[in-house]
Ligand binder design. Structure first.
Ligand code: ATP
Ligand code: MG
Length: 490
């Protein structure tokens, strides 16, 4: 099918590329994601240009016209420049063949068609011609435009070939399917492709962890990440990537009593978190001090990860998962290490949210005392808003009356949090009594008594026995110190 789509190539950069191509006597095309996204109505800022010839030399010539700095990636035979807000990448058309044991292809120069054949999906293999004679013509040898309209992810070649040539494409299929799906226009991976993934999922082992994890993060950044994790599960990829998540699957029944199916529940919580984040972003756009939304999504994905290890059946009572919050939070560093995710503040944030995820809901069932709220604020610190978002997203039940009741009480907890924080400012708690102050007052060196006194004051503030201020803290500390036999030196 040949369709003219001049409106999509009505940019200066495309005219410049066209002129440079004519001058050099080579053919150049826009290809891949940019073309796909034009038809989806969301043209991207990243533009990939493929030339039948050297991408590097071509980029240099374009850079001279646009007066832009060109970055060269000689190992990949690509070059990139920025122009009028776009990032433009140049690559020579290639023909690739693969060896079984490696992701690294043997690359030769090729034609546009060779290049399109090595692309991952029909919808990613479409190109616009930039030749003067058919400027803007769609070159779509595999029916990408048809698949895009039908919401289909399909490989240009036999899927076994496409996926064994490059295993990462299995994950890309799932990512694109998830990312492009909307409620009005869902996408599907064709059954032959899914079958091929089931057969070839063992080849995931030749991929680097970084590449896999990068894809997982991209899946998590979509609007409905549950779809990606369902597909990973259906294709047998999930146990090879995140076995801890696969272990949440299934329901056991004893004495006629089953428990929640924790895999579906987790995915529902994940989607709830994404929806709640979007709602929050609309009211309060994210600023530099709000953690990247990705990490709250990781926390949602892992929040119940401790359930399989803590599952017990108590006769006459039913299933319990006591301590799954603590066990789960202890699993987070291991999972982050295995996936080569950062082990810095981001990991600590996820670990903390997994640890605390039950606390706000536990308050719902109890009488909401100021002291319990202060302790929650103290433990969550600045992450209290994200914790509340996660805990709210965690309210899933088949019983609508139950959900409504919990949600109403949950609102109460939220109001109480605001009230207590206004009164006591616990969120960024700093002990009014410092170690230096105690040492100077009593003329003592660093010793365990200082810790005891500080802890005593902190507990009194959290319990509400004294206010969060220096005067009351100092008076109480002096009382306790006297009991311990300490005397001020002045
Ligand atoms: P986006 O960047 O918006 O995620 P994209 O389609 O531009 O989507 P990229 O990863 O930037 O995706 O790749 C650009 C193009 O290169 C793709 O459209 C596809 O044609 C091709 N491509 C990228 N990775 C692969 C791969 N592993 N196998 C085959 N083709 C690929
Ligand atoms: Mg891209």
């Amino acid at each position: 099918m040949e369709t003219r789509a001049e409106q999509f190539v009505d940019r200066r950069i495309f005219r410049i590329v066209s002129d440079v191509a004519a001058e050099r006597g080579v053919r150049a095309f826009v290809i891949g994601g940019y073309v796909r996204d034009c038809f989806l109505g969301t043209p991207s800022k990243d533009i990939d240009i493929v030339v039948e010839g050297s991408g590097i030399d071509f980029a240099r010539a374009v850079g001279e016209v646009t007066k832009s700095k060109v970055q060269y990636f000689k190992n990949f035979g690509t070059a990139m420049l920025r122009f009028q807000g776009n990032e433009i990448e140049f690559v020579g058309a290639r023909k690739e063949s693969y060896r079984r044991e490696s992701r690294k292809p043997i690359v030769e120069n090729g034609s546009l068609r060779d290049d399109q054949l090595r692309r991952d999906f029909t919808i990613n293999a479409m190109a616009f011609s930039l030749q003067a004679e058919d400027f803007g013509a769609l070159v779509d040898p595999f029916g990408g435009i048809r698949d895009l309209a039908a919401g289909i992810i399909r490989t240009p070649l036999d899927p076994d070939t496409t996926y064994s040539d490059d295993t990462l494409r299995m994950l890309r299929a799932i990512r694109f399917c998830t990312r492009l799906s909307t409620p009005e226009h869902p996408f599907h991976i064709v059954p032959e492709s899914l079958d091929s993934m089931r057969r070839l999922n063992g080849r995931l082992s030749i991929l680097s962890t970084e590449r896999i994890t990068d894809e997982l993060c991209k899946m998590l950044r979509t609007d409905q990440p549950s779809m990606a994790f369902r597909l990973l599960d259906e294709t047998g990829l999930l146990p090879r990537i995140l076995p801890e998540l696969s272990a949440l699957k299934g329901v056991e029944t004893i004495e006629g009593m089953g428990h929640k199916e924790n895999f579906s529940h987790t995915l529902a919580v994940l989607d709830n978190v994404v929806a709640a984040q979007r709602a929050r972003d609309e009211v309060a756009p994210p600023g530099p001090d709000r953690p990247d939304s990705l990490w709250l999504r990781w926390a949602a994905l892992l929040h119940d990860i401790g359930k399989p290890a803590t599952k017990r059946f108590v006769p006459g009572q039913g299933w319990t998962f006591h301590g799954h919050d603590i066990v789960g939070s202890r699993m987070v560093p291991r999972i982050f290490t295995a996936l080569k995710l950062p082990l810095d503040e981001k990991m600590k944030y996820v670990r903390k949210l997994v640890w605390l995820h039950l606390r706000p809901i536990a308050l719902v069932d109890e009488e909401v005392t100021d002291s319990a709220v202060r302790r929650l604020l103290f433990d969550a610190g600045d992450d209290i808003d994200d914790l509340m978002l996660l805990a709210g997203a965690d309210i899933t039940s088949k019983n609508p009356a139950k959900v409504a009741r919990i949600k109403a009480n949950f609102e109460l907890v939220k109001r109480k949090l605001v009230e207590v924080e206004e009164k006591d400012a616990i969120r960024n708690f700093k002990n009014p009594i410092t170690g230096d102050y105690v040492m100077e007052l009593y003329g003592i060196p660093p010793c365990s008594e200082i810790g005891i006194l500080k802890e005593y004051v902190k507990e009194a503030i959290l319990d509400g026995r004294i206010g969060n201020n220096f005067e009351e803290a100092d008076a109480l500390m002096r009382e306790k110190a006297a009991e311990m036999g300490l005397k001020p030196c002045k």
